[in-house]
Design a protein around this ligand. Structure first.
Ligand code: SF4
Length: 232
């Protein structure tokens, strides 16, 4: 693993350079979309389409590059994200940052979002309680899906990486366990018909609970990096 990381340090620098060059050439075409992404963000911030909108503190729209080639999608905001209004903060977020860095990416070069934009709580009556997080249910995911689809349409990523079981099941519409589907390229079609290649992998929080999963995520990131290099 250590040798492999050394090898990837130099390759990551080269990939960063290529992604930056390629992003520059896409900028003029995509910059007009940023305004529309901002409009969508405003819409999400006032959304009450599902009950999660009634108990959230801050809607968590997404962060990153509006012209990103890779979009990472997690399940939903937790306690800290609800307060900061940003996805993947805290320990899982720090680990995600390291995972991105290992293949020459960063929070600034990718786009990070969730299947739902508001914090699902076990007990919405106690929003200040810790350990109150829960995964979003199917109704909430379906209510929020148009926002995710519009984000994908506006950002137009070449690749989506789903982080964890909930996001993967939500986007692939199947019940296969993450351990079976991770590392295997699939496709996701938005409501408008845009088709994007999708790679499932484990959620960073799962890696914190079980460090043995890190080598599998590392394989998935190498897989992603390889596909990025083909298009660079
Ligand atoms: S989770 Fe999505 S659909 Fe539900 S209130 Fe929040 S933004 Fe609206």
């Amino acid at each position: 693993m250590t040798d492999a990381r050394t090898e990837f340090t130099s390759l990551a620098k080269e990939l960063k350079r290529r992604v930056a060059l390629s992003d520059e050439s896409d900028w003029n075409m995509k910059e007009n979309r940023q305004g529309t992404l901002e409009e969508l963000k405003l819409e999400v911030e006032s959304c009450r389409k599902c009950p999660l909108g009634l108990s959230r503190i801050k809607a968590v729209f997404g962060v990153g590059n509006p012209k990103a080639k890779v979009m990472f999608v997690g399940e939903g905001p937790g306690y800290s994200e609800d307060r900061k209004g940003e996805p993947f903060v805290g320990r899982a977020g720090q680990l995600l940052d390291k995972i991105l860095e290992s293949i020459g990416l960063s929070r600034q070069t990718v786009y990070i979002a969730n299947t739902v934009k508001c914090h699902p709580m076990k007990n919405p009556a106690t929003p200040d309680a810790r350990s109150n997080d829960r995964p979003p249910d199917e109704t909430e995911i379906n209510a929020c899906r148009p926002y995710l689809d519009q984000q994908i349409d506006l950002i137009s990523p070449a690749f989506i990486v789903t982080l964890g079981s909930v996001a993967t099941k939500a986007m692939l519409h199947n019940e296969e366990p993450i351990s079976k589907v991770r590392g295997i390229w699939r496709e996701y079609a938005t409501a408008s018909g845009r088709v994007v290649r999708l790679l499932p992998t484990f959620h960073p929080a799962a890696l914190l609970r079980n460090p043995d999963l890190k080598k599998l995520v590392w394989m998935d990131m190498k897989n992603l990096r390889s596909e990025l290099e083909k298009g660079a």
